[in-house]
Design a protein. Structure first.
Length: 170
């Protein structure tokens, strides 16, 4: 199969020893083990396609981790020379860790959340409800009625209070 040549990976003895220890570790996460295997196979000169076959993965997985390792190789060498083996292992685990993700934007603003919590702190009778305590469903309905939010589920309201119970807010 013709295509771009994969970036060659060269490991120092210490890096190889750490990666092999990661692969053998009984409490190491499988993601980390798989990524360490990719790097070890790449260092032996295997192609991304062969690595993918060996690990039963797509070749892009091998390419991704090979590229990430190559980008970090200078930094890893510096850590190895200047800081020692413990720091090197931490750095290797950081290189092989998931990249941080942005996540989704919050659905409700802090101002809206505060107003919803304030509803729960009020006496329900002020809102003409014949109950003595708010339920999450009633708080959600009241927030919609007051125009604080267009829509919100009782479960979402419940999450606000699960993080910080109402009794702590009063």
């Amino acid at each position: 199969m013709r295509g771009r040549r994969a970036q060659p990976i060269q490991l120092t003895e210490e890096q190889q020893a750490i990666l092999e220890a990661v692969v053998r570790g009984s409490t190491t996460s499988q993601r980390l083990v798989e990524r360490a295997r990719v790097i070890l196979l790449a260092a032996r000169g295997e192609t991304n396609e062969n690595i993918a076959k060996c690990l039963s993965r797509d070749h892009r997985v091998a390419a991704k981790w090979r590229k990430r390792w190559a980008e970090a190789s200078d930094r890893l060498r510096c850590v190895e020379q200047e800081e020692g083996i413990r720091s090197l292992r931490r750095q290797i685990e950081m290189v092989l860790a998931d990249a941080p993700r942005k996540g989704c934007e919050p659905k409700f603003s802090a101002e809206q959340i505060v107003k919803i919590v304030a509803i729960a702190c009020e006496d329900p009778k002020k809102s003409d409800l014949p109950v003595s305590h708010w339920t999450a469903a009633e708080v959600a309905q009241e927030a919609i009625r007051r125009g604080i939010v267009e829509t919100i589920s009782r479960r979402h309201v419940g999450r606000f209070f699960k993080k910080r119970p109402i009794s702590n807010l009063i």
